[in-house]
Design a protein. Sequence first.
Length: 291
Amino acid sequence: MDFALLHPDPDDADWLRPVPPSAALAQRLHPIEREIQERRRHSLQLTESFEPFMDISAQDPPTTHAITVLEGSTRINAAIDVATAECRHEVLTVQPGGGRSEDILSKGLERGKAVVDRGVQIRTLYQHTVRHHQGTFVYAERLAEGVEIRTLEELVERMLIFDRTVAFIPAQDDRSVALELRHPGLVSYLIRVFEQLWQRATPLLEEVLYNPTPAGISGVQRSIAQLLVEGHVDDSIARRLGMNVRTCRAHIAKMNATLGSTSRAQLGYLIARSGILDSDPDHSIPPGTGA
C-alpha cells in the first residue's frame, strides 16, 4: 500500500487488486521529477541573476572591507567575538561611563579570561567614577594577570582595538549600530588617541591626585564647573563625566552652597570670579605610572 502496488478492487471492497510495478513506480517518480525540474529552473534563474555581480567581482582581487557597518547588538557582538577569538597579542579598550552592571561585567569577565589565558595583554580605560563601583574592582582582581586598568575623568566614546588591526566604535548614540574598522590608517589613528589618553590616566589601584582647588571646590566639581561655563546642560555633563544626573546635580548644589549662588546664571558668574578654572584642571600623575 505504501508503494501503491495495491489498490482497492472496485467490484469488491474486501479485496485489493495488484498494480503493475512499472505503473506504480511512474506514479511515485512523477512528483519527484517535477520538483527536480522546478529546482533546475530556479538554479538557472539564480545563476542568470548573479552573473553581473560575478563579472564585477572577477575584475578585482578580493579585499578586506575597510569599514563595515554592523547593525543590531547580535551582529555587533558576533563580530567582536570573532575578533576576540582571533586576537593573539593585545586588546585596547575605552569604556566611558560609570560602573557596569553585574551582567555586563560577568560577560566581560568570561570574554576577558578567555583572552588572557592565551597570553593576550589587555589595557582598559575607564572613567574615575568606576572607583566607587565595587564590581569593577572584583573584575580587575579576577583578571589581574595580563590586564591593566587606568581611569580618567573624561573619555571619548567606547572603543575596542584588537592586535592593532581591527577596531570597533559606535556609529549611533544608543550603540545599536557600530563600525568595524580595518583600514590601517584609521586603526593607527585610533591607537594614537588611546595612547595619549593612557599616558594621562591613573592606574585603578592608585589614588587620583588633583591640584589644589580654590574655595573648597573638589576636582570633580571643577570639571563640572568647566562644562557649565561651556554651556553644557546637566544630562550632557553627567554623560561626559560618567555619572548619573542626580549625582551631577548634587555636585552643582554643593557648588551653589560653597560660592553662595542662588541661580544657574549667578553660579556661572561666581565661577568666573572665583578663579576655580584658572589653575590647571588636569590632575597630576603620581610618579612611577609611566606617564
